[in-house]
Structure formats: C-alpha cells, structure tokens
Write a protein that binds this ligand. Structure first.
Ligand SMILES: C[S@@+](CC[C@H](N)C(=O)[O-])C[C@H]1O[C@@H](n2cnc3c(N)ncnc32)[C@H](O)[C@@H]1O
Length: 233
C-alpha cells in the first residue's frame, strides 16, 4: 500500500463522465507503476493497522462490500474472511493482476476482481453494505460526484470507509506543481483540498461522519461516513 494525492472538486453535480482519454492515461499510469507500488512498504504501518481495525468493527459475515480503487488487493484480502463477498474494482489491469495473484496465494475465494472506472461501474441502488475507497478520492476528477454515487449504492445505514490525502492542509502549492507532473506523466491527476473540504463533500451527499481520524497534520484523513438508517436517507 502506498499513497498519492488529490484536489477540490467544486461544482459539477450532474455526474459528467471522465473523458475516456483521461481514464486511459490514468489506467496507463497505474499499470506502469503497479509492480513498484506492490513492492513499496506501507508508509505508516501503525496507522494502516488502526484503519484496518476500525474498518473491521463495521464488518459482519453477511455483508457485501465494494472496494473502489482496490489497487494490489492488500486491504480486500485482509477483510475478506470477515464478510460474505468483496467486489474489488480498479481501473488498472496491472494492479488487478497483482491483486488476483495475492488473493490466490492467500487462498481467498470470496473476492471478485473487476476492471472498471467508478463512472462505468454498474451497481444497483441500495445494494451494498460497505464501500471502501483508500487513497482514491484525491485521484478523481470530481470527488463530489463519486461520493454522491456511493451514497446511492449503499443500503440505509451502510458505510463509506475512506482514507484520503488532503494536500490543501500542508501542500497547497501542489495544485500548481501537480499539473506539470501530470503533463510529463510522472504523476497522475491529483486534486488538492483540505480535510474540511472533504468532510463537507460527505455532508453535502447526505452522509453523517461516523468516525474521523488523522494520525497527524499532513497525513491522510480516515473517515467512515454513514448513510441514514431510514429509507429516505
Ligand atoms: C493510490 S492507489 C491506492 C490503491 C489501494 N486502494 C491502496 O490503498 O493501496 C489508487 C488506485 O486507484 C485506482 N484508480 C484511479 N482512478 C480510478 C478510477 N477512476 N476508477 C477506479 N480506480 C481508479 C488506481 O489504478 C490505483 O490502483
């Protein structure tokens, strides 16, 4: 596991699809770095453990989980024994190939890996118990659109577990440097926003923040956002 980062979204609420060219270039970027990403150590092992433990507290054996941007599958493999099924989705075939290899080696057979962008993924409204998105929201063109979609796909009372680099807090300058790096294809699209911007995105989508933790300033913000228990939520 590793981490890259993202920016603020702002406006479009009408789910414009990310142009295919942009998605292709994101997939190519992650394909290229997949093997290196798989070998790189977790940046903060204690924080990662804590996030896994907190997530585990929300899981039940009868649950259907969807992981968006599953990468090389490390997190799905840890949680799989505690739920009914995990649908693990990623845009990168390179990342998914490694994830499948690791799941097989761990004898895990209740994860279905699938190559898709979040935009193209078909998920019935109100059908999922838990959605995971770790080190992903900052990499999306419009996090508000994605968060609103996740809210729709969750069952009432369902949770959206996220860990997100919020560069606006300590690295606001990155919003000027990032596009240059992206142009030269050395980094992917990275949005720059603050922890508060991120929390407001969840609230705008109708979520309540159930758990909120940041190991320290500048580190990824871990949020468990909960959909209202009532059907209207
Ligand atoms: C920083 S990695 C995080 C991987 C994993 N969640 C982790 O914590 O190690 C971001 C992952 O999101 C995937 N990704 C980026 N944009 C995506 C999109 N629009 N739809 C689906 N996956 C995407 C990338 O291919 C990559 O595997």
């Amino acid at each position: 596991m590793n981490t890259a980062t993202l920016e603020t979204g702002g406006a479009p609420r009408a789910a414009p699809k990310q142009p295919m060219g942009k998605m292709d270039s994101a997939a190519k970027f992650w394909d290229k770095v997949a093997e290196r990403y798989a070998k790189s150590p977790v940046a903060d092992e204690a924080a990662y453990r804590k996030k896994l433990d907190v997530t585990r507290g929300y899981l039940r054996p009868d649950m259907d989980v969807l992981e968006l941007g599953c990468g090389t599958g490390s997190t799905a493999i840890v949680h799989a024994p505690h739920v009914k099924h995990i649908r693990a989705v990623d845009i990168s075939s390179g990342m998914l190939a490694i994830a499948k290899r690791k799941a097989e080696a761990a004898n895990i057979d209740n994860i279905t890996f699938e190559q898709s962008t979040i935009d193209d993924l078909e998920v019935a409204d109100g059908s999922v118990d838990v959605v995971l998105a770790l080190s992903l929201l900052h990499l999306l063109e419009d996090r508000d659109v994605a968060i609103a979609r996740v809210h729709k796909m969750l069952k009432p009372g369902g949770v959206f577990v996220t860990s997100t680099a919020c560069l606006g807090e300590t690295m606001g300058w990155f919003r000027y440097v990032g596009p240059v790096g992206k142009f030269f294809r050395v980094i992917p699209l990275v949005r720059v926003f603050s922890p508060d911007d991120l929390k407001q995105s969840f609230i705008r989508a109708g979520f309540a923040i159930d758990y909120d933790w940041q190991p320290r300033k500048g580190k990824a913000v871990f949020i468990v956002a909960k959909k209202n228990e009532t059907l209207s939520g």
